[in-house]
Design a protein around this ligand. Structure first.
Ligand code: SF4
Length: 434
């Protein structure tokens, strides 16, 4: 029997998708190439923003058109179960099963009772706990799920619940099992800095990093989602103590104007954020930053946006993502909000994005001629070139380097001299192998 899975949303959702795929593989299902050939289509949904639910609406409509009257089982799980469910159940009665968020047991039962043929051997053929959906040398380790910060624009706390950290021993076991899949371990959570506060009564990121650093096989450990209000400057020595820990700091600040920050129910304003970035740079001179900014929050005026421009000239942030505020509603009913000027917010986004693109291009051009550690991750048939990521390029979001040559004996970790830059896309040559 064959399946197809669509994993919508972020890397945290991808981890759940890998667990669902492991169940499918455990019962002997293989991946179909096309929707209409699948016996089962599983859609793991994101419901974080209005845009995510619009994407889900489009996705389910497209799948149903494609499969037509085929007997394919269509199963939906993920965040939509806790936001907008009633609306989607009414609109898509053809969906065969709605499985609660992360309810692997319910999915396994559904598979055995309603998908696998009656009378067939329904014993597990394998014992996988996660099966890869991507093969690019990085593996995600979700160290915690849920969030209690209640930023006013975000529904994650109501969708995914309170913070639940995974104990260090379990994470070490999971990471060991992932070693063969990639050389980069990427730690994710909604707010990684708060890891451990629920189960250990303290922020336990340092102990976790110490334990993960001992695992042989990973070359890089990357921390994502470092909330600016919860990052501890006392952690900075970790970056000199643990060489695999990349000096890459993803700190989503969302805004810099004090009034907007406080309205968002966040704490650090302009001066404190600036001081935080400066202190990290002073403690870890190689530090490279990524952040995200939200535009169009209610009450935001031009002066607030001017502060963003000012901040970005004062603090050197290599990667900046921009997104627009959208009014979100909780609950099981979801509809397209009307009284909101989507076009105006989109315009603000586009304006900042185009400024940032220019700045990024200039930053990347300055890198030409410099040499950095990189990891070969893929081959691009269009470019006819191997692709690598430099240590300051996180998977999927920070761009890629196309290589003009190949390492002599297919090593994955190489030094790369940057020879050209076009926005996020870099070109380089391998200068040395280890
Ligand atoms: S910290 Fe992130 S996940 Fe938590 S409420 Fe704020 S935006 Fe949402």
């Amino acid at each position: 029997m064959k399946y197809i899975i669509l994993s919508l949303g972020c890397a945290k959702n991808l981890v759940d998708s890998e667990r669902f795929v492991a169940i499918l593989k455990n019962y002997g299902l293989t991946e179909a190439d096309e929707w209409k050939d699948a016996d089962l289509i599983l859609v793991n949904t994101c419901a974080f923003l209005h845009a995510a639910l619009t994407e889900l609406d489009d996705t389910l409509t497209a799948i149903l058109q494609e499969i037509g009257k085929a007997p394919t089982k269509l199963v939906v799980t993920g965040c939509v179960m806790n936001r907008g469910l009633k609306t989607f159940q009414e609109k898509f009665p053809r969906v065969d099963s709605w499985i609660s968020l992360k309810d692997l047991a319910a999915f396994e039962n559904y598979l055995k009772s309603s998908v696998l043929p009656k009378g067939a051997d329904i014993s597990r053929k394998r014992l996988l706990s996660r099966a890869p959906l991507e093969q690019e040398q990085h593996v995600y380790l979700r160290i915690a799920d849920g969030c209690e910060n209640h930023c006013t624009y975000c529904l994650i706390p109501s969708i995914r619940g309170k913070l639940v950290s995974v104990p260090i021993e379990e994470l070490v076991e999971e990471a060991k099992a992932l070693v063969k899949r990639g050389k980069e371990l990427v730690l994710i959570a909604q707010d990684s800095c708060m890891y451990g506060t629920d189960i250990y009564g303290r922020k336990a990121l340092p102990e976790l990093i110490e334990a993960l650093h001992k695992i042989k096989g990973f070359e890089w450990i990357r921390l994502m989602y470092l909330h600016p209000d919860h990052f501890e400057l006392s952690w900075l020595p970790l970056w000199s103590k643990y060489p695999k820990l990349l000096p890459y700091f993803e700190i989503p600040i969302q805004h810099v104007s004090d009034g907007i920050i406080h309205a968002m129910n966040r704490q650090k304003g302009y001066a404190e954020l600036k001081a935080l970035f400066a202190a990290i740079k002073a403690g870890v001179p190689k530090a490279v930053f990524r952040t995200t900014l939200m535009l169009g929050y209610p009450g935001e005026i031009q002066e607030d946006r001017d502060l963003i421009d000012k901040f970005l000239t004062e603090v050197d942030i290599m990667h900046v993502g921009v997104f627009g505020y959208s009014p979100e509603t909780k609950g099981s009913e979801w509809h397209y909000p009307e009284a909101w000027d989507w076009d105006a917010v989109r315009e603000l986004e586009l304006e900042l994005e185009s400024k940032l693109e220019e700045q990024k291009t200039a930053k990347m051009e300055q890198l030409v001629g410099t040499i950095h550690r990189g990891m070969i991750v893929d081959y691009s048939p269009e470019m006819e070139a191997l692709c690598a990521r430099l240590w300051f390029q996180a998977p999927e979001i920070d761009g890629i380097v196309y290589l003009e040559n190949r390492p002599v004996d297919d090593k994955l970790m190489v030094d790369i001299e940057i020879t050209d830059a076009l926005g996020d896309e870099l070109w380089g040559i391998v200068t040395e192998e280890d």
